[in-house]
Design a protein around this ligand. Structure first.
Ligand SMILES: [Zn+2]
Length: 164
């Protein structure tokens, strides 16, 4: 496992002053966030939250997929979630490329045919965000008491722009 030695060493240092042992898995601030896998996004810090405060679901584009809904339903009913933020972001690869472009780029990198690989490309980010927020709000297992908001995160300013 030498390939991961640097990270395991860092983990040992992390565990040296680890103080969250026995901590529960509830979202202590009552927050759930659906956002992109993009490495420029720090979901907790951008909202002034800490470890333990929020449920975080990430995927390419920050889309409300069936799995995201599964996570949100669990979060709302079992893990203390009361507010849900759906947060795509500026300069996202999923909005800046067509599916054909992503297949070509991945195919070149892989040196293999990638024409069969699905990528959840987003053509209209704001329309997709509205749809995603509506998908959460209208879910039969997510009650109206749960607040759901759509926001676009600007990766160049760190600001969240509320949608509508
Ligand atoms: Zn992205």
């Amino acid at each position: 496992m030498a390939d991961f030695d640097d990270l395991i060493a860092a983990n040992r240092a992390f565990a040296d002053d680890f103080d969250l042992g026995g901590f529960d898995g509830v979202a202590h601030a009552g927050i759930a966030i659906v956002t992109c896998m993009d490495s420029r996004i720090d979901p907790l810090r951008m909202l002034g939250l800490r470890q333990g405060d929020a449920k975080i679901f990430r995927n390419p584009g920050g889309r409300v997929t069936p799995q995201a809904l599964e996570a949100l339903v669990l979060g709302v009913h079992l893990l203390g979630v009361e507010r849900i933020l759906v947060v795509p972001h500026t300069r996202c690869a999923m909005t800046d490329h067509s599916e054909a472009e992503l297949r070509r780029k991945v195919g070149e990198s892989a040196g293999a045919d990638a024409s069969w690989q699905h990528f959840g490309v987003v053509e209209d980010q704001l329309a997709a965000l509205d749809e995603d927020v509506a998908r959460v709000r209208s879910h039969p297992l997510i009650p109206d008491t749960v607040l759901v908001g759509g926001f676009v995160y600007d990766v160049d300013t760190g600001l969240l722009q509320p949608r509508g």
